[in-house]
Structures are given as C-alpha cells and as structure tokens.
Write a protein that binds this ligand. Structure first.
Ligand SMILES: [Zn+2]
Length: 268
C-alpha cells in the first residue's frame, strides 16, 4: 500500500477556493505549507481557521518566505544571504506560534521555502567564480572540496528544522527514485505536481505503488494563482483517481511522517 500526500505551498487563495473544495468532494485532506506573513493569509485567516477545523494540515513555511537574492522578488530584508541561524530560529518559532493560534496544534511540520536549506552567504571565491560564469566548473568543485571558500557564512539549517519540527519537506525527486521510507525525516523529498499533465502525475503514482513508497506531491497554484500551477481539471482528475484507488492511502504530511517514523521522534 502506497501512501500519498498532497502538499501545497505559499498560502494561496486558490488553495482555499479550488484545491480544498476539489479534495473535500472526495473526502480527502491535504497539507498546506503557509508563509504566515503573506498579506493574503492575513486577509483570509478566518478561512484558514475553518480549513484546519475541517481536517487540513497547516504546515510552517516561515513568516517571510526568504529566498536567495538573485530571485527577482527577493528584497534585501528577506534575502537568505543576510539570514543567520538565530534569525531563522526566531522566524520559524513565530510562524509556529501564529499557526498554533490558527489551529490549536503544538506539533508542526515544515517545508523549506524555495526548497532551500541553506542560509548565509558564500565566500568571495565562490561569489567571484559565479560572477565570471565559472560556477559549474571543476574550479568550483575544488573550492568546495578543499574548504577554500574564504569568508563563507553558508549554513545548512536542517538541524534547526530537526529541532523544531516533526518532519520537513524539501525539493523535488524523480518518481522512479522514490525510496520506500525517505532516508531523512527532515529532508523528505516531494515530486513536483506543477505544470504536469494527468498521465505524468498518474505515472508517478504507479511508480510509488510499485515500490510501496510514500509519494508526496508538491503543488503551488491550482488553475492559476501562481507562476507554477497545475491545471484545475488535471488536479480534479488526479484527486478522483486517488480517492477511488484501493492501493493508495491519502494522508497528511504529519500522518505520513508518523507512519514512517513513529510519533515521538524528531520533535523538539
Ligand atoms: Zn514556497
């Protein structure tokens, strides 16, 4: 029996208005990783409270959704290069506190914003090589291998996620490479659901069933609402297929994590 989890990032209105109604028609619930600082989350907070009461999981996706400064929407104040572990800890704790006000839960799962577990800034050798277009060369490999990235403040904040959350989801994985149980409870990899047609999504499902794996779909927009989006009809057909298939069980990310690793471990 394969486990399947539908996850949705970024607290979009279309999650409330499209994804949830489609899932609920089939009796399914999903996991919504919300960045609580988003203006639309504040505006629709009563709807999010109601969604949680209907059984959807609200996961932590930070307050401000920090990203690397090369992304066009990332301003100075939310640039990961300027984050420290302490700053990130404050932000994630606050986001969880707000979510507790929304749904009353005290244990929480997390999705790394931009699937990126790194914060801080590369040192000058790495920045220089990137600037002159040599970031994909052996030179960069040597800088990393021999610890030559002088002045680097880059830190992997997965240990912080380990401390604060039951489990955490990060970036995409090929459906064929899905392990039965993900090797790291705080680096659980999802399969991209955005911009896929139905056969591609069902092919991922069949691969998960064949391997008795835990398949986690990662969605952003549903029928729009984000530059990465899944067509609403495709999503509806996927949901109907999942609900009717006796070989799969649909669980929230929290439930899936507890099924794989038990209830007690990893929660700080
Ligand atoms: Zn996000």
């Amino acid at each position: 029996m394969a486990l399947v989890t539908l996850t949705f990032d970024d607290a979009l209105d279309v999650h409330l208005d499209a994804a949830m109604p489609i899932m609920e028609r089939s009796g399914l619930r999903g996991t919504f990783f919300v960045n609580v600082g988003d203006a639309s989350f504040a505006k629709r907070h009563l709807d999010w409270i109601a969604a949680a009461a209907r059984g959807h999981e609200l996961g932590n996706h930070s307050v401000f959704h920090p990203g690397v400064s090369s992304k066009p929407w990332v301003t100075e104040g939310i640039a990961l290069e300027r984050y420290t572990l302490d700053r990130m800890r404050h932000e994630l704790v606050v986001a969880s506190q707000i979510l507790t006000m929304i749904d009353g839960n005290t244990e929480r799962t997390f999705a790394f914003p931009c699937s990126n577990p790194w914060l801080g800034e590369a040192g000058w050798p790495r920045r220089l090589l990137t600037r002159i277009g040599l970031e994909r060369t052996r030179l960069m490999g040597w800088v990393d291998r021999f610890g030559l990235d002088f002045g680097s403040t880059l830190v992997d904040y997965t240990p912080l996620a380990r401390e604060l959350f039951v489990a955490a989801r990060c970036g995409g994985i090929e459906p064929g490479k899905l392990p039965t149980i993900p090797p790291d409870q705080h680096r659980v990899r999802g399969v991209a659901g955005d911009d896929q047609d139905l056969p591609a999504l069902l092919a991922a499902l069949e691969k998960a069933i064949a391997k008795d794996a835990w398949l986690i779909f990662v969605f952003h927009g549903i029928g729009g609402g984000h530059h990465m989006s899944c067509d609403a009809d495709v999503f509806a057909q996927l949901v109907a297929t999942l609900a009717a298939d006796p070989r799969v069980e649909i669980v929230t990310f929290m439930e899936g994590a507890k099924r794989c690793w038990g209830g007690a471990s990893g929660n700080g």
